[in-house]
Design a protein around this ligand. Sequence first.
Ligand code: FMN
Length: 459
Amino acid sequence: MKIIVLNGSPKGEDSITIQYVAYIQKHFPQHDFRIIHVSQQIKKIEKDQKVFQEIIDEIRTADGVLWSFGLWVLCVPAQYMRFIELVSERGMEGAFENKYAAVITTSIHFYDHTAHNYMRAVCEDLRMKFVDAISLDIIDMMKEGRRREILIFAQGFIKAIREQAATSKLFNPLAFSDFAYQPTEPETRVDTKGKKILVLTDTNDSNSNLGKMIARFKQSYASEIEVINLKDVDIRGACLGCMQCGYDYNCVYQDGFASFYNQRVRTADMIVFAGTVKGRYLSSMWKTFYDRAYFWNHTPSLAGKQLGYIISGPLRQNSNLIQILEASSTARQYANHVDIITDECENSAEIDALLQSFARRLVVCAEKGYLKPLNFLAVGGHKVFRDDIWGRLRPLWQADYRYFKKHGLFDFPHKDYKIRMLTPILMLLTRIPAIRKKYYANVKSFPSGRLKKLIEHVD
Ligand SMILES: Cc1cc2nc3c(=O)[nH]c(=O)nc-3n(C[C@H](O)[C@H](O)[C@H](O)COP(=O)(O)O)c2cc1C
């Protein structure tokens, strides 16, 4: 059986994930696993049509495709996304049709689910037969139980191909609209109250819905606001995953990205990310932006800012992307996620009103320094980062460690001395049946009772 492994790690042979593939190879020598380093070779694949075509031909003659990648910023690395873009830009979806597919990833389990949803949706869009996905931790190879699970996963994939098994689908195809937005000038304009607002975009097409939405959003303000096109920024390539930035936030690239990010993005009070839905994400240009901003590691470089999105295209059909966008503001940045405005209502007057009110809300939030309490997307994510930054990855992420320590972000439960003292006492007391009975009888009304009393005393 011929299985093409599309290696999404820009690290090529040094990919952690590809070591897991090697482990599968070792246990299934009767099958031909051919690894193609698509992310590492992306520039060549983009420029040389022959190289791209050779990959497509390999896929065409394969029995199955194994998508292998390490998680990068809630999804796949930008180079991998570019490859997926190229497949549709060059009309090569047919090579993937009816091929069995599986996904293997490694990560620290921070938003591995959104990357897996993305990849599965891409497979289904390509009309592949999606069999299974496995999300492994970077050190799972060292665990006997996990090695066993990797082999069960691989066996299941091979068996499905051999038996031509039926496969399920979870994502509806996306329906794109040809609605053309026609904005009108605002009657009133919003005062920025001295706050700096920045719009980042990847379009220079002023006639596109996105271009018109950006223009209308700009007009909502009484003073000029800055719009930067990512295509005008000196970005020489996507993140290489070398992790050199872990020590002191210094990126190995000698291009203009870091100074652009530090001097123009980080200095804004409100940042609006404006993009168009492309496949199951925005463009790979946008993914490049997010991956390159990783030179700040897990330090929330936009903490406390007001962030929002203007999106053209079928976002409502893609709840996974909505989650990625929200988590990009909250879980990655501890910033305020204000809103996402799209053109999907297909009503120009309504879009005008949405953009106008979005412009106003951003300023109100910035003026008040409003930071909504974080929900599970950020609270859960924080605990993943906190544990690894404090623990096993501290030598690698030293800059993060310093930031987390300085800002009290190592908020482990064992640091809550009051709870630590009271809990064993309470547990001991509840061993006495009469106290236990009283304790559980009061469980329902006790917290609200305390809050009621508190309300009487606080301003
Ligand atoms: C730029 C970058 C972004 C990352 N983003 C995530 C992430 O969002 N979630 C996560 O769990 N791990 C993340 N990681 C950790 C990688 O997923 C992990 O190191 C993985 O094993 C890399 O796989 P590879 O060596 O095959 O590329 C990131 C690493 C890098 C370099």
